[in-house]
Design a protein around this ligand. Structure first.
Ligand SMILES: Nc1nc2c(ncn2[C@@H]2O[C@H](COP(=O)(O)OP(=O)(O)OP(=O)(O)O)[C@@H](O)[C@H]2O)c(=O)[nH]1
Ligand SMILES: [Mg+2]
Length: 667
């Protein structure tokens, strides 16, 4: 049986934990494909070109490179590993045919894989594991496999085993072809006779590989039971079938910096990765008359203006064709920072377009003008916030447009004005995520924006009902000022808000002055004696006096303000703090740790539930004071291997004890 190879354009996502060597691997793969010269510093600057990526020596957004490998078209998309930047992986996963999960040969870092595997599982993307940095230490592939298996839902199957000399890995044996290779620095590996010392190990690993594949194929199982050795073609076809169906995870290893194991990896991709036909089944994209393009990235940098990057899912496109009712111009192939104009694109290709109005990342645009927003890569709700303010007030007018361009590039960022505190808040996945967004803003538009921990929206309310009569009187030549009011000020229940009414009889306060009294009361409520706005009180104007000549709206406004200030001073106030409703979503093995996290933040658990849309996950409902939540995401991530998340919203105000009040007022 021969394996049929497809040559339609395929997309491989390169993802995995922080600093595992993904961008280095991308460059090594491109150099293997002949489209980069590894030792030419100019061409090596393909990945991580943005000023932010350079400043932090890490990937801050996806690196995309389309190229040919052995006559077949490929696009490789390397995503950042930082947990706060996982929206890039989530977004690219929706269009990828396959993912290469890159990790380090360190069992201690196996948990860092969880977040990546979760994204791939949710998007149902077939993947293989590439254990990088095999040059570094004495590592055991078998031991590694056991620890990595613990975090993978699918069976990991070792495709090759290492050959060692003096404890150092010097090459590998391919378990299907049974050929041994010696790794060479910067050159293709050379063939080697299979070392005798590893023959037993090789046989054992080969049998394990066959058995793992036979779990999904009755014919293969039968052969193994009858002690018939399956043909290599049989094994290759099973590997490719099981990988396409996302049943197994083949495991390879090597070294991106030394260029070792790269050809094996690329050949595995070439022979075993599914193509756009399989991916369309996953995306439930049926055949259509015209082209369908899924946009997975939006870039607003540089002179070109907005660029939408998408994958053609079906059909073919010519530059200038209509997409979403607009002329799709400037169609280009992407190779890192370089864009090369394209006249046509076919199903499977990844392409950049010039300005497509109204199209955002995640949209499917079609030739017949339909826009489908299927939101497949919906971001996790932002668990972190900073209040932002331009350093130079004169820049305020420039902020909204320039910030919006950054937000359009990253759906896991958002911004909103908080009416309770009067602050403009930037929301995202963590401190670093927001700092990078602000750096991007500065690098692109020159705007310096300062960020601070958002103010907690504390409030005050009265302790008891008080009545206060105040006469505001001023005689200073000409017209004087006169207004007298008697106010009854009472506390209301939490959440009932502020109401004002009057019980004036006989016109002792003329009708036209009553709204001025209310305005005066509202003026004074902006800041109570503890320094916070007042809420939940009822004010009744019960009596007053006016003067035919000297009374005015201003005089009654001042009287209203003074009366309420005096009433508040006599009653005294209590401090109220905002309490949020929080829904924490975590894999259920971590649920027991949540109690401590919540109680450590003065929170209360209201209930546990299984997550309706995620098998094996729980949702813990709780209430936590807003003041305790600023850095909660860090603790939650470290308690849940980086995958826990939460959604929160304001629920109610709650009275604080005198002790707690003192602490807050003192700061
Ligand atoms: N020893 C060794 N170091 C490597 C290898 N591959 C990458 N590195 C080093 O690991 C560090 C991180 O490499 P990157 O390629 O930037 O890692 P990354 O996974 O893209 O990082 P992020 O995208 O920021 O998550 C760099 O110092 C690389 O030189 C390898 O095969 N062996
Ligand atoms: Mg990187």
């Amino acid at each position: 049986m021969t394996v049929t190879h497809t040559s339609s354009p395929r997309v491989a996502l390169i993802c995995g934990p922080y600093l595992s060597g993904k961008s280095t691997l991308l460059e090594a793969m491109l150099s293997e494909a002949g489209s980069l010269q590894r030792h030419n510093p100019e061409t090596l600057a393909l990945a991580d070109n943005s000023p932010e990526a350079r400043a932090h020596e890490m990937s801050t957004e996806m690196n995309i490179a389309s190229t040919d490998y052995l006559g077949e078209p490929w696009t490789f998309i390397d995503c950042p590993g930082l947990i706060e930047l996982q929206q890039e992986t989530r977004s690219a996963a929706t269009i990828a045919d396959i993912a290469v999960v890159v990790c380090e040969p360190d069992p201690g870092k196996s948990t860092a894989l969880t977040a990546t595997l979760q994204i791939l599982d949710e998007a149902d993307v077939p993947h293989l594991l590439f254990i990088n940095k095999f040059d570094k230490e004495e590592v055991s592939a078998r031991h590694m496999l056991e620890t990595f298996q613990a975090v993978s839902r699918r069976p990991l199957v070792l495709r090759e085993i290492p050959i060692r000399e003096h404890g150092k890995v010097i090459g590998h044996v391919d378990l299907v072809s049974e050929r041994a290779f010696r790794w060479e620095e910067g050159k293709p590996s050379s063939l080697l006779a299979l070392p005798e010392v590893i023959q037993d190990r090789e046989e054992e690993a080969r049998t394990t590989l066959f058995e793992s594949l036979a779990d999904f194929d009755d014919d293969l199982l039968e052969k193994l039971l009858e002690d018939v050795i399956p043909s290599n073609d049989d094994i290759y076809s099973n590997l490719s079938k099981n990988l396409s169906s996302n049943l197994v995870v083949p495991v390879l290893f090597g070294s991106a910096t030394h260029g070792n194991g790269i050809r094996r990896l690329m050949k595995a991709l070439r022979h075993e990765a599914p193509d756009i036909t399989t991916t369309n089944l996953r995306l439930a994209v049926g055949s259509t008359d015209g082209p369908v393009v899924r946009v997975f990235k939006t870039v607003n940098a540089g002179h070109a203006g907005k660029i939408s990057i998408g994958r053609v899912l079906t059909g073919t496109l010519k530059d200038g064709d209509t997409l979403n009712g607009q002329r799709a111009a400037g169609m280009s192939k992407i190779f890192g920072p370089k864009m090369e104009r394209l006249a046509t694109a076919e199903a499977g290709d990844v392409i950049g377009f010039g300005k497509l109005d109204g199209v955002i990342t995640g949209d499917r645009v079609t030739g017949d003008g339909k826009l489908i927003s299927d939101n497949m890569a919906a971001p996790t709700p932002p668990p972190f916030a900073l209040a932002i303010r331009t350093e130079n007030r004169g820049d305020d007018v420039k902020l909204p447009d320039n910030l919006q361009k950054i937000l359009d590039e990253d759906l896991s960022l958002s911004a909103a004005f908080d009416e309770r505190t009067g602050e403009f808040i930037l929301y995202g996945q963590g401190d670093m995520h927001l700092r990078l967004a602000l750096e991007k803003l500065k690098n692109r538009s020159g705007l310096t924006v300062n960020a601070t921990v958002p103010t907690v929206a504390y409030r005050e309310t009265l302790r008891k009902t008080v009545e206060k009569r105040v006469r505001h009187k001023k005689q200073s030549g000409g017209h004087g000022e006169f207004g007298e009011v008697l106010l009854r000020v009472s506390p209301r229940k939490r959440g009932e808000g502020f109401i004002f009414s009057d019980k004036i009889h006989g016109g002792v306060v003329p009708k036209q002055y009553i709204p001025a009294v209310e305005a005066g009361v509202i003026d004074a409520m902006r800041e109570g004696p503890l320094g916070f706005p007042l809420v939940d009180l009822e004010v009744v104007l019960t009596d007053g006096k006016f003067h035919a000549v000297d009374s005015s709206e201003m005089a009654f406004r001042k009287a209203g303000s003074q009366a309420i200030r005096e009433a508040i001073a006599e009653s005294g106030t209590v401090l109220l703090e905002p309490i949020n409703n929080v829904g924490i979503v975590i894999p259920n093995e971590h649920t027991p740790r949540i109690q401590k996290l919540v109680s450590g933040r003065r929170g209360q658990i209201l209930g546990f539930d299984t997550c309706a849309h995620r098998q094996g996950w729980d949702e813990v409902s709780c209430q936590i004071p807003a003041a305790e939540m600023q850095d909660m995401i860090q603790e939650l991530r470290s308690a849940t291997m980086g995958v826990g998340s939460y959604e929160s919203s304001f629920d109610h105000l709650q009275q604080l004890s005198a002790d707690e009040t003192r602490k807050i007022v003192a700061t």
